[in-house]
Design a protein around this ligand. Structure first.
Ligand SMILES: Nc1ncnc2c1ncn2[C@@H]1O[C@H](COP(=O)(O)OP(=O)(O)OP(=O)(O)O)[C@@H](O)[C@H]1O
Length: 251
């Protein structure tokens, strides 16, 4: 379970202090996906970085599985917006990086990595360097790294944004398949309403200036390929879009 309570983060910018997040509370139950959606600059990435243990200067509480967040004590799969790939390492080395930091041996990882690369459509690219890949391929390398780790929690910052619409849908399917194998507690930041509806059992709507969580809704339409094609799914997407627009107009 991920528990965020009264989280406030401020940055010093242009000589003044500004809130990136203000009094944000969010609970992601064990074994579920929470999709976070909101306009640019509302603090989505900041929220993930705090939970990942990369930002320490904040007010409020963050607990992972009931304990104070400590990236050394648990396996946190974090896929940042720029994928976090090391340019001097090959694709294979990048994918194994998280596991190797946690002390796993390369030989034990190779088979699992090969299966993941196949599923993510990046098999055959293992010896290339990140700069020799397209943005979408780099993003899939980031996904492979996150899943190879078999993390306790997974934090994904717009994981499919660099993909064309068709590939994005395919990767959402792959994500869902991989996720269903382990039910990793996940926060997934997205700009896509349909992605939030398809993948998030819970959807958190955020607003900007300052970054706040305006609403957290339960989503019965998640994880179902059948429901994705229904009028109900379409209507829910429209309703969510209208809600986001209304939040933006009100502010
Ligand atoms: N290192 C920093 N220094 C100063 N301000 C920052 C810093 N990082 C982020 N901010 C500000 O904090 C706010 C939240 O940024 P954040 O990147 O978390 O938003 P976001 O919702 O992820 O945006 P996007 O959807 O565009 O990626 C923004 O106003 C941003 O300008």
């Amino acid at each position: 379970m991920i528990e965020v309570e009264h989280l406030t983060v401020s940055y010093a910018a242009d000589g003044s202090e500004r809130f990136a997040l203000h009094d944000v509370s969010l609970t992601v139950p064990q074994g579920t996906v929470c999709a976070v959606i909101g306009p640019s600059g509302c603090g989505k990435s900041t929220l993930l970085k705090v939970v990942a243990g990369l930002i320490h200067d904040y007010q409020g509480t963050v607990r992972l599985a009931g304990k104070a967040a400590d990236p050394r004590a648990m396996k946190i799969g974090f896929m940042p917006q720029n994928y976090g790939l090391m340019p001097w390492q090959t694709v294979a080395e990048n994918i194994m990086l998280g596991c190797r930091i946690k002390g796993e041996k390369t030989a034990d990882l190779k088979e699992r990595m090969a299966v993941l690369c196949e599923r993510l459509g990046i098999a055959g690219l293992e010896n290339r360097y990140p700069q020799e890949l397209s943005g979408g391929q780099q993003q899939r390398v980031g996904l492979a790294r996150a899943f190879l780790l078999r993390p306790d929690i997974l934090l994904m910052d717009e994981p499919f944004s660099a993909l064309d619409a068709i590939t994005r849908e395919e990767m959402q399917e792959v994500f869902l398949d991989l996720w269903q194998e382990n039910h990793i507690t996940t926060i997934l930041v997205t700009h896509y309403v349909e992605e939030a509806l398809y993948l998030g059992q819970q959807i958190a709507l955020m607003a900007a200036h300052p970054g706040t969580v305006q609403e957290v809704r339960q989503n019965e339409l998640a994880d179902s390929r059948k429901k994705r094609q229904t009028a109900e799914f379409f209507a829910a997407g429209q309703q969510l879009r209208d809600k986001i627009k209304a939040m933006e107009v009100r502010r």
